[in-house]
Design a protein around this ligand. Structure first.
Ligand SMILES: Nc1ncnc2c1ncn2[C@@H]1O[C@H](COP(=O)(O)OP(=O)(O)OP(=O)(O)O)[C@@H](O)[C@H]1O
Length: 271
């Protein structure tokens, strides 16, 4: 049984269908990218997996997360699955962080939750060790300062690293990353992408990576689903999709990415 199995997922608002029949499987250690332009249904697909659709929207079809049906599951029964089976990182780390709490206290919460789940007693020293461990895992160079800092006192890249540490500290088996690097500057984007790449491999997580940026997706994912207007229009090996797309829409995404790349290289060459 797959860790995540979607069959004919649909998402509707009161007036229309927004996601039309998406199906895929994802197992431990696999990395699946969802790519498509803004509004193509990537986030709604991912949020359906977490049972986190915005109010007014509902899902149909089947989403099995570790064998448990998510569609129609009451929210209080979703809580144990969030964090423990699947965790999510968003584009804007501020959505995962409380502006009124020091980062160290925020990181302590998933560490405590995991210890309680495993029936472990957590001494203050063990909590501190675990906070330092997770900050080290996300390559934070000055962990003492970060633990004491408020979210607004650190850079966007550091906030995203702390958000990644919080997501992983729960011990999930599936990580959903929804445009996790889009809000960062280009060099921080590359660093955070490399970090995620390493962590997902070392922790042997399944990854569902969402982005409008096909080159970014094909760098981190082995398999890609291309979404357009709420439908999965093409699925396949990441390299094949990038080098030999079969669908016109995917060819358009590849051509746009190549034009952008050429323009960036051109700008770099200019004195
Ligand atoms: N709460 C909502 N109520 C009504 N329609 C919505 C709601 N949220 C999203 N939609 C619509 O559903 C469609 C898919 O949205 P979704 O956010 O999944 O797209 P996306 O591919 O993730 O795009 P983006 O990268 O811009 O987030 C869009 O047409 C969007 O306008």
């Amino acid at each position: 049984m797959s860790l995540l199995r979607l069959r004919d997922l649909t998402v509707h608002s009161a007036s229309r269908e927004l996601v039309h029949g998406v199906s895929f499987d994802l197992d431990a250690g696999q990395r699946l990218g969802l790519v498509g332009e803004s509004g193509s249904g990537k986030s709604l697909t991912a949020m359906s997996v977490m049972g986190l659709l915005p109010p007014g929207l509902s899902a149909g079809g089947s989403v099995l997360l570790d064998g448990q049906q998510v569609i129609g599951r009451p929210d209080r029964q979703m809580v144990p699955l969030r964090g423990t089976t699947a965790a999510v990182i968003f584009q804007d780390p501020r959505s995962a962080l409380d502006p009124l709490m020091r980062l160290g206290d925020q990181l302590a919460a998933p560490i405590r939750r995991r210890a309680a789940r495993d029936g472990r007693r957590l001494t203050p020293a063990a909590l501190r060790d675990s906070q330092m461990h997770w900050l080290d895992r996300v390559s934070i160079r000055d962990p003492e300062r970060i633990l004491r800092a408020w979210p607004h006192e650190v850079s966007g890249g550091q906030r995203q690293r702390v958000a990644i540490a919080m997501a992983l500290a729960c011990g999930p088996r599936l990580l959903i990353a929804d445009e996790p690097t889009t809000a960062l500057d280009v060099s921080t984007q590359a660093e955070v992408l490399d970090l995620l790449d390493g962590l997902v491999r070392e922790e042997r997580l399944a990854l569902l990576f969402i982005s409008h940026d096909l080159p970014v997706v094909s760098r981190i994912a082995d398999r890609v689903i291309v979404m357009q207007n709420g439908r999965a229009v093409e699925q396949g090996d990441a390299m094949q999709i990038f080098t030999a797309p079969r669908h016109d829409y995917t060819s358009g995404l590849v051509a746009a990415a190549q034009r952008l790349q050429a323009a960036l290289e051109d700008a770099e060459r200019r004195p």
